[in-house]
Design a protein around this ligand. Structure first.
Ligand SMILES: [Zn+2]
Length: 373
C-alpha cells in the first residue's frame, strides 16, 4: 500500500474565540469592535481550498482527541493549566501576554495539542509518509507558566514530550519558520540536547528582545538551539539561503529521527503582522527541502504543524502549496500572485546575507563543535 500524507483537522478547534478586538487587543467597549486577527477564517479558507481542489480526499484523514491534563503539565505549570481552565468557564479572559481563553478554550486547546500528537504518532508509527496538522490556537509562543502571542498550550513541545514517552525517539528537530520567534519551544528544550530547536524569524519583532543569536541553549542543551534573526524585508532568496546554509547543514549534522516544522505563513508578503516578502512558491520550496532532508536522514518522517499566518486571502495559497509539496499531489491550483510584479524584490540584500553569515559562524558553528566534541 502506498502511504499518503496525513491531515489533521477538527472543526471544533476553529471555535476557539479570541473575542472582539481592535486587531489584537480586546475592544473592551473603548474601540469599535472588529474580529481578532487570530481567528478561524485563515485556517478554514485553507481547508476549503483543499476541499474545492479535491486535495482533502487524497490525504489520510487523522482524527485527534483531547489530551489529558497530565500531558499539559509535562511542560506547563499546574497553576497555568488551572488558569486556562477557569477562564474557559467565563465569557473569556486573559491567560498571559496577548493570549486569550474564550468559552470552552480549555477543551479546544487540549484538542489542538492532541492534533499535533496525532500527526506525530501517525508518522512515527509509519501509517503516513508525513503529515500536516491544521489546528488552532497556535502554540509556539506559549511558555511554561503563561500564554503568549495568541498561543495557549505549546502544541509542539507537549506533543514531542508525550511522543517521547510512547516511542523510542531520542533526537527530534523542530524547524520554526513562523515569522515570529519560537520562544516557547525554545524554552521547553533549552536544556535538552534531545531536541534541536531552530527558529527563523524577523529580528526584534515578537516576542521583543527574544530570538537572538546568543540564545544557544544551556547546560546539556548548550549548542542545540539555533536562532536565525533575519532583517525586516527579507524575501525568498534570503529564506532559501538560510534554509540551505543553516537549517539543512544543522539537520544533517544532528541526524534527527523526526523533523517537526512549526509552519507559520506570517512571513508572507501580504501578512498584516510582519514585514517579510515570501510567496507561496517559497513555502513550497522550503517544504521540498524539508521533505528531501527527512528522506535522507529519517526515513521521511516529517510533521508540519500550523502556527501563525494572518492574511485571510493569502494563507490558503501558501498552505495548499505546502501540502502539495508534502504529498506530491498536483491540485491544479495556481497562485494568482506568483510571478506578478507586485511580489518582486525577492533578491537577497547585503545586510540580509550578513545576518545569515552571523548565524553560520555563531550558533551553527557551535552546534557542529558540540556534535564533534
Ligand atoms: Zn507568527
Amino acid at each position: 500500500m502506498t502511504l499518503t500524507t496525513g491531515f489533521v483537522w477538527h472543526e471544533k478547534t476553529m471555535w476557539h474565540d479570541n473575542g472582539s478586538a481592535a486587531g489584537l487587543s480586546p475592544a473592551t467597549g473603548q474601540f469599535q469592535p472588529g474580529i481578532h486577527v487570530e481567528n478561524a477564517e485563515t485556517k478554514r479558507r485553507l481547508k476549503n481550498l483543499l476541499d474545492a481542489y479535491g486535495v482533502t480526499p487524497q490525504l489520510t484523514s487523522l482524527t485527534p482527541s483531547e489530551v489529558e491534563e497530565s500531558v499539559l503539565t509535562a511542560f506547563h505549570t499546574p497553576g497555568y493549566v488551572e488558569l486556562v481552565k477557569s477562564m474557559s468557564n467565563t465569557a473569556g479572559g486573559s491567560v498571559g501576554e496577548s493570549a486569550w481563553a474564550g468559552p470552552g478554550t480549555f477543551d479546544i486547546a487540549r484538542l489542538a495539542v492532541g492534533g499535533t500528537l496525532t500527526a506525530i504518532d501517525a508518522v512515527v508509527r509509519g501509517e503516513c509518509k508525513n503529515s500536516y496538522a491544521l489546528m488552532r490556537p497556535p502554540g509556539h509562543h506559549a511558555e511554561r507558566d503563561r500564554g503568549r502571542g495568541f498561543c495557549v498550550f505549546n502544541n509542539i513541545a507537549l506533543a514531542i514530550l508525550e511522543a517521547r514517552k510512547q516511542h523510542a525517539i531520542e533526537r527530534i528537530a523542530v524547524v520554526d519558520w513562523d515569522v515570529h520567534h519560537g520562544n516557547g519551544t525554545q524554552q521547553a528544550f533549552f536544556n535538552d540536547p534531545g531536541v534541536l530547536t531552530i527558529s527563523l524569524h524577523q529580528e526584534m519583532l515578537y516576542p521583543v528582545n527574544l530570538g537572538k543569536l546568543t540564545e544557544t541553549g544551556e547546560g546539556k542543551g548548550e549548542g542545540y538551539n539555533i536562532n536565525v534573526p533575519l532583517p525586516a524585508g527579507s524575501g525568498g532568496e534570503a529564506y532559501l539561503l538560510a534554509m540551505r546554509d543553516i537549517v539543512v547543514p544543522a539537520l544533517a549534522a544532528y541526524k534527527p529521527q523526526l523533523i517537526v516544522v512549526a509552519c507559520g505563513f506570517d512571513a508572507s508578503y501580504f501578512d498584516p503582522m510582519s514585514h517579510m516578502l515570501l510567496i507561496s512558491s517559497h513555502f513550497r520550496t522550503m517544504t521540498d527541502m524539508m521533505r528531501d532532508t527527512a528522506a535522507q536522514l529519517c526515513e521521511g518522517r516529517l510533521v508540519l504543524n500550523h502556527e501563525g499566518g494572518y492574511s485571510e486571502f493569502y494563507v490558503p495559497f501558501c498552505g495548499i502549496a505546502v501540502i502539495e509539496g508534502l504529498s506530491g499531489i498536483d491540485s491544479g491550483m495556481t497562485d494568482p500572485y506568483r510571478g506578478t510584479a507586485s511580489v518582486d524584490n525577492q533578491r537577497i540584500q547585503p545586510h540580509q546575507q550578513a545576518a545569515i553569515d552571523a548565524a553560520i559562524h555563531g550558533p551553527l558553528a557551535l552546534l557542529l563543535r558540540r556534535l564533534h566534541s
